[in-house]
Ligand binder design. Structure first.
Ligand SMILES: Nc1ncnc2c1ncn2[C@@H]1O[C@H](COP(=O)(O)OP(=O)(O)OP(=O)(O)O)[C@@H](O)[C@H]1O
Length: 515
């Protein structure tokens, strides 16, 4: 078998793949910047078709073509489902490339390699971050059902996604949701007994078994992430926004209770259990904390955010949950509103620009305050002005001119939230005030309140598994605070599901494919 030429892929099954140049596309706009490369919206010049081009980052690669890209391509080639992103083709650029500003892009390999995907208008994080965005209950059900359907398909085909998060859930203006970014995915088999890395899944969505060091795991790891997304959709913000692994596991235990041999047989044998063993009892508080959720939603969430992976609900069983069969039913994707394109990369960029504008405006205001705007409330002639200091545009009266400047007194720090805009995710580790640790005040460090003092095991790992927060940064996420059912008590969805067939029938009827 002939090897592939440097910079080329050896894709025997589809000889056409990799044979076209990226020049058949016109890049329109950058829509994503991930760990593994940039993503562009592009138009195929001949057909006018809009696609997404994901450029495979090669500049950090010592070993040639990156393994993550090989995995992603291999896996996506075998997955064909309406809720899984379609990889259409691979294209290459034969010569050295320029970046967006026309500078050489520093890629030591000549040329670049791109994955060509069907284009999707939004990712869930970008969509949720739109100002004033509110998802309706049928809309949340519709997205969740599609997410679970796509994931069930992956699991049946023995693929673990291992990076389920909002920015990897793509949505088009037909309301279709597709799983994307299979860069950390891998095949598994139920009889596979080997060890897998526990350095996967973006921190906020990472399940407790991986945080406790498990290297033998299965599809249930993805189901934990789905539970985090589900809770986030209902709650309006991420539920476990840890800034590092100890804080992450602390947040999980505070809400889901501490694991022990009774609720999770075998947990004490996990490699890092003793490092994180709480030194006080911690009760499960999920029901109490999310008591405002609809009854069926809460039931399902409970089964997704189950500590013991062997007891966690599967994608298939989740699709059968009462939640999806009780009123209001999931809406038809096509009935969903169409939104202007929104990807996490763009919404972040917009927010950043807005912050810069606000900061510039504030600076401007401080340097040139409008006349009188900063004068003390009462300023009478003959009154001693003490430390008052006029602004640069203000007339200087009498002795005021000799008052030494007092930086930071009236013209110092602006009041209100710190410049840079409100921080949506508490750095203190208490995202919503609901599961505050009673001992927190007396604890130093980054969370882990109430845990054994043993240090978190050192893990020699850098990107892509980011030990200090999720890939994509901490400003993302948060699905429309105050999502419509946030305030609802009781069971607003009313009666139970309408007459349904067996579980198998449901899946066959609803999802159009067999296991
Ligand atoms: N097919 C697509 N259509 C539209 N946008 C896309 C598409 N694929 C990716 N994107 C956008 O680009 C972003 C990054 O893509 P992707 O997650 O595949 O790259 P990555 O390098 O693996 O990123 P990360 O490090 O966040 O996992 C996505 O969050 C999404 O906003």
């Amino acid at each position: 078998m002939a090897g592939a030429a440097p910079g080329q892929l050896n894709l025997h099954e589809s000889p056409i793949w990799g044979s076209r140049s990226v020049d058949v596309f016109q890049k329109l706009e950058q829509i994503g910047e991930g760990t593994y490369g940039q993503v562009f919206m592009a138009r195929e010049i001949e057909t006018g078709e809009i696609v997404a081009l994901k450029k495979i980052r090669m500049d950090n690669e010592k070993e040639g073509f990156p393994i993550t890209a090989i995995r992603e391509i291999k896996i996506l080639k075998k997955l064909h489902h309406k809720n899984v992103i379609q990889l259409k083709e691979i294209v290459t650029s034969p010569g050295p490339e320029k970046d967006e500003q026309g500078r050489p892009d520093g890629n030591k390999y000549k040329g670049g390699i791109y994955m060509v995907f069907e284009y999707m208008d939004h990712d869930l994080t970008g969509l949720a971050d739109r100002p004033g965005m509110r998802f309706s209950v049928p809309q949340i059900k519709c997205y969740m059902k599609q997410l679970l359907t796509g994931l069930h398909y992956c699991h049946v085909n023995q693929v673990l996604h291992r990076d389920i998060k909002g920015s990897n859930l793509l949505i088009d203006n037909e309301g279709m949701l597709k799983l994307a970014d299979f860069g950390l995915a891998r095949s598994f088999s139920s009889d596979h007994n080997g060890n897998l890395t526990n350095r996967v899944i973006t921190l906020w969505y990472r399940p407790p078994e991986l945080l406790l060091g498990s290297t033998k795991y299965g599809p249930s790891v993805d189901m934990w992430s789905v539970g985090c997304i589900f809770a986030e959709l209902l709650h309006g913000k991420p539920v476990f926004p840890g800034k590092d692994e100890p804080e992450q596991i602390s947040k999980i235990f505070e809400l889901c209770g501490a694991p022990d041999e009774a609720n999770w047989p075998g947990v004490t044998k996990l490699p890092w259990y003793s490092n994180f063993k709480p030194n006080r009892p911690m009760k499960r508080r999920l029901r109490e904390y999310f008591r405002h959720f609809d009854r069926h939603a809460l039931e399902l969430l409970e089964r997704m955010l189950t500590l013991d992976p062997t007891q966690r609900i599967s994608a298939k069983d989740a699709l059968d949950a009462e939640y999806f069969w009780a009123d209001p039913l999931p809406c038809d994707p096509k009935s969903l509103p169409k939104y202007e394109a929104s990807h996490e990369f763009q919404t972040k960029k917009k927010r950043q620009q807005q912050r810069q504008h606000e900061e510039a405006a504030k600076r401007q205001k401080l340097q040139h305050p409008p006349p009188h705007s900063r004068l003390p409330p009462i300023q009478q002639s003959g009154q001693s002005h003490g430390q008052m200091r006029p602004g640069p545009n203000q007339p200087i009266h009498g002795s005021q001119s000799s008052v030494p400047a007092a930086p930071g007194h009236h013209y110092g720090k602006p009041r209100g939230p710190a410049a840079g805009g409100p921080n949506r995710y508490s750095q203190s580790g208490n995202p919503s005030g609901g599961y505050n640790h009673p001992n927190r005040a007396s604890q130093g460090g980054s969370g882990g309140a109430g845990y054994g003092n043993a240090p978190y095991p050192q893990q020699g790992r850098g990107p892509p598994y980011g030990s200090s927060g999720p890939r994509g940064g901490g400003t993302s996420g948060g699905y429309g605070a105050g999502a419509p059912n946030f305030q609802q008590g009781g069971a607003p969805y009313g009666g139970s599901g309408t007459g349904r067939g067996s579980n198998i029938n449901r899946n066959q009827q609803q999802y159009g494919w067999q296991q």
